[in-house]
Unconditional design. Sequence first.
Length: 148
Amino acid sequence: MKIKTRFFGEVEIDEDKVILFENGIPGFEELKRYVFMTDEDEKSPFCWLQSIEDIDIVFTLFDVVSKIKDYSPNVEEEALSQIGEFEEEDLCIYCIANIPKDIKDMTINLKAPIIINTRNNKARQIICSNEEYPIKYYIYKEIKKSGE
């Protein structure tokens, strides 16, 4: 199917690539269907979660696991059970990024990761119980350290 995207124009996607947020994303509960978009730069830790239902809604995601090796969010089993059965290797974890004009002030939300079950393409944003994970984590220094 063809969809219009905010940053990539009109693109063709397979229906089986649609990611379903059964409860939506907090603040956007009415939007349930998204597609995962990536840049051609395979080294980039950034990707996008584009709403299929509203072209103006797109979230910048950060591949937190690739840059913060000890990131391990504690989430309730009940919350995870809502994305279906999975093995650990079926899960992808991303954090929503906020990229202001001054890139040095870029933050990611470590407290509420987006967790995608690649086995069935169901996903949720889940608040983790880790006290050490802030909603606004300044990630710029981590990116610079790794040479991105």
